[in-house]
Design a protein around this ligand. Structure first.
Ligand code: PLP
Length: 401
């Protein structure tokens, strides 16, 4: 961290008692689109809210401090954050991305590459041989997503950064799944961290937003320039809500990951569970790296059930978990990535990434673990497949999701 204050203190004090106009303790919300000039020759610090806004600045500064960066840029969504960093590459440049990244990121990279804006190379970043071969293409920008969505694969950030530095590539880490409470990629050598603040950062499932934080001020200014130029900067109200949600990041994360550990423990003991993808398990291939580079294992995991389980029935039977696409909120959510979050990937791309139609992703919220475990076990009891056709079919889930 660049600041002497503990991150918990940074969050609790961000923007507090900064209102010189009315001395409000909590930061006010500035909605004005315009800021007046006292004189035509004196440009005020804020002039137009797309370019800059005091409420957005408070969130940008809080997140930059939390991630240990020099400059934050708040944008309108996590996808806007991914897209913003793509302004750093030119036609002919290679972008290296994880083969199992978030489906929306995969869609964006593939679509932009198709239009010739750069070349995209997808690689299993956990495979040292494949990674070395991919770096032989001298990428200009490397995107890391760890843990990955939805398979919770762990990428050794420092190892990828070492490769990237050797070819002068910019390293961008999507830290959405952990938040700066559990992982700080800039300290491991990344140049940029991005977030879907929709998830843990806001944590209350009522804002869609994104953040881009650069380690160096010059790169941060470049990204802020592009955000203003393309108009993807976030709305002030969203920043106000997100800063409010951010205040409770640490207690939320601590509680959610403790509950996730309990739910995982219960599920691994059930014979109807074929495989649990959770970096906190010693059997997880990325466990050691995760233990080294993360401050905790987080509250996301995915499960493959045995063929005896009708996954559709399982989801229908859940009473506390909600079937929804997002993650990282106060409420426990469940989704089938093949039909929901990763439906934009082709079946071939999903197969390459290892995302089966039977995979179920869980996001653990703030409910009591005992209730969550009972919810899944009860739903499993009612989800015995009476027909092998009950194997999850993409179309079937798509129709009912
Ligand atoms: N990155 C990751 C890892 C995600 O999981 C998501 C969304 O689920 C995004 C980026 C995109 O964020 P948003 O939905 O806020 O655009």
């Amino acid at each position: 961290m660049t600041s002497a204050l503990a991150p918990e203190t940074l969050i609790a004090t961000a923007g507090v008692c900064e209102d010189s106009a009315h001395h409000s303790v909590s930061p006010p919300l500035h909605l004005s689109a315009n800021y007046f000039w006292s004189d035509p020759c004196e440009k005020p610090h804020y002039d137009y809210a797309r370019s800059g806004n005091p409420t957005r600045t408070q969130l940008e500064e809080a997140l930059a401090k939390l991630e240990g960066g020099a400059r934050g840029v708040i944008v309108s969504s996590g996808m806007a954050a991914v897209d913003l960093v793509l302004n750093l590459v030119d036609p002919g440049d290679v972008v290296l991305a994880p083969h199992d990244c978030y489906g929306g990121t995969h869609r964006l990279l593939t679509a932009r590459a198709k239009r010739g804006q750069f070349e995209v190379v997808y690689v299993n970043q956990g495979d040292p041989v494949a990674l070395a071969a991919a770096f032989a293409k001298t990428p200009k920008l490397v995107l890391i997503e760890t843990p990955s969505n939805p398979l919770l694969r762990i990428t050794d950030i420092a190892a990828v950064v070492a490769h990237a530095k050797a070819v002068n590539a910019i390293t961008v880490a999507d830290n959405t799944f952990l938040s700066p409470a559990l992982q700080r990629p800039l300290e491991l050598g990344c140049d940029v961290v991005i977030h879907s603040t929709t998830k843990f950062i806001n944590g209350h499932s009522d804002v869609v937003g994104g953040a881009v934080i650069a380690r160096e001020a010059a790169l941060g200014e470049d990204l802020a320039w592009w955000a203003n130029c393309t108009g993807v900067t976030g709305a002030p109200f969203d920043s106000f809500m997100t800063l409010r949600g951010l205040r409770t990041l640490f207690p939320r994360i601590e509680r959610q990951q403790a509950t996730a550990k309990d739910v995982v423990e219960a599920l691994t003991q059930d014979e109807r569970v074929a495989n649990v993808f959770y970096p906190g398990l010693k059997t997880h291939p990325g466990h050691d790296v995760a233990a080294r580079q993360q401050a905790g294992f987080g509250s996301m995991f995915s499960v493959e059930f045995t063929a005896e389980v009708d996954v559709l029935q399982l989801l229908r039977g859940l009473k506390i978990f909600t079937i929804a696409e997002s993650l990282g909120g106060f409420e426990s959510l469940v989704c089938v990535p093949a039909a929901m979050t990763h439906a934009a990937m082709t079946p071939e791309a999903r197969a390459t990434a290892g995302i089966s139609d039977r995979l179920v992703r869980f996001s653990i919220g703030l409910e009591h673990g005992v209730d969550l475990i009972r919810d899944v076990l009860d739903a499993l009891d009612g989800a015995a497949a009476d027909d092998k056709v009950a194997y999850l079919k993409h179309e079937a889930v798509g129709a009912c999701a």
